[in-house]
Design a protein around this ligand. Structure first.
Ligand SMILES: [Zn+2]
Length: 83
C-alpha cells in the first residue's frame, strides 16, 4: 500500500470538477489536504484539492467504496466540530 501523503478532509458537493483529470459535472468530490513528511497537515484551506471519487481511489490505491466511506466519516466529523 502506498504511503499516503494526503489526508481526506471530507466530501463536498459544491465542487464539481476533479483536480486530478479535470472532469466536470461530478456529483461530489473528495477534499484532500497535503501532508508533510511527518504526516501532519501541511497547508491551509487554499491547498485543499478536490478529486472525483474514481481518481481519489486510484490516487490512494483504495476502492471507491472505502474512499467514499472515509470521506463521509471525515465530513461528518467536521460538520460536528463546526456546530
Ligand atoms: Zn479525475
Amino acid at each position: 500500500m502506498p504511503i499516503p501523503k494526503w489526508t481526506i478532509k471530507g466530501i463536498v458537493d459544491d465542487y464539481d470538477t476533479c483536480g486530478c483529470c479535470g472532469r466536470r459535472g461530478l456529483k461530489r468530490t473528495v477534499a484532500f489536504m497535503p501532508l508533510d513528511a511527518d504526516g501532519k497537515e501541511d497547508g491551509t484551506a487554499e491547498d485543499v484539492v478536490y478529486y472525483g471519487t474514481s481518481c481519489a481511489a486510484i490516487a490512494l490505491g483504495w476502492t471507491r467504496g472505502k474512499v467514499t466511506d472515509t470521506a463521509r466519516a471525515a465530513q461528518a466529523e467536521r460538520d460536528q466540530r463546526d456546530n
